[in-house]
Design a protein around this ligand. Structure first.
Ligand code: SAM
Length: 215
């Protein structure tokens, strides 16, 4: 794996385009600038890594578009030592961005090959990310509560297990939609075990969140 000056130059260009689309959280921008996205994509397709598009990874899944990663990370606003649960490890890129932002990251993936591949990469990059193979719609009970939860697959509704595993004052960012093709980005701030604030943002298109409390 090599991160050349050319790759770094392409990341600078990518950042310019993300800033033009409204990304302004410097912590997020520095993480995207410092993390080689081409490590998370098959070598033969690495020239696509710095285009602002999603890209196919194994098992019919995708690495999210850089703008989507930046937007979700900005909404969750990771702080040093925040305990964050990510649902949908996929390539591992989003989890790595959260980790570089200073968070303590836990990530769940339901597909074996993606779980193993991302784990290997985290080790190689010396990123301390705890991972689990399983149904993320049920959360990670043994590690709860979490300060923040970030879902990177499209859900039909907010999984109750994820709301329950959020600390009071915690934030959940999740794409929610009635069809598996289009979702609105939703941010929920938990005020008490029964009360929460909901904010709704733009449309996105994620692969479906499949599981007991998903599709
Ligand atoms: N965060 C990923 C990245 O940075 O590459 C994006 C991955 S992709 C858009 C969504 C991922 O969610 C897929 O890898 C899919 O297998 C996974 N997924 C879907 N339903 C899931 C579930 N119930 N639990 C865990 N992972 C799930």
């Amino acid at each position: 794996m090599q991160d050349t000056p050319r790759h770094k130059g392409l990341r600078v260009k990518l950042i310019e385009s993300l800033r033009n689309k409204g990304i302004n959280n410097e912590n997020v921008i520095q993480a995207i600038l410092n993390l080689p996205r081409h490590y998370f994509i098959a070598k033969e397709f690495e020239h696509f890594a710095y285009q602002d598009t999603p890209f196919a990874i194994d098992a019919g899944q995708t690495i999210s578009q850089p703008f989507t990663v930046a937007f979700q990370t900005q909404l969750i606003n990771p702080q040093n030592n925040d305990k964050i649960l990510e649902i949908g490890t996929g390539s591992g890129y989003q989890a790595a961005i959260l980790s570089i932002c200073g968070a303590s990251v836990f990530s769940i993936e339901r597909i074996d090959v993606l779980h193993h591949k991302s784990n290997k990469l985290f080790k190689h990059l010396a990123l301390n990310i705890k991972t689990k193979l399983g149904d993320g719609t049920l959360g990670w009970k043994e590690e709860a509560p979490f300060d923040k939860i970030l879902v990177t697959a499209g859900a039909p509704k907010v999984p109750p297990a994820l709301f329950n595993q959020l600390s009071i004052g915690g934030i959940l960012v999740i794409p929610v939609g009635k069809t598996s093709e289009s979702q609105k980005m939703v941010r929920i701030t938990k005020k008490s075990n029964k009360n929460y604030i909901t904010e709704i943002f733009d449309n996105f298109s994620f692969v479906p969140l499949i599981g007991e409390q998903g599709w």
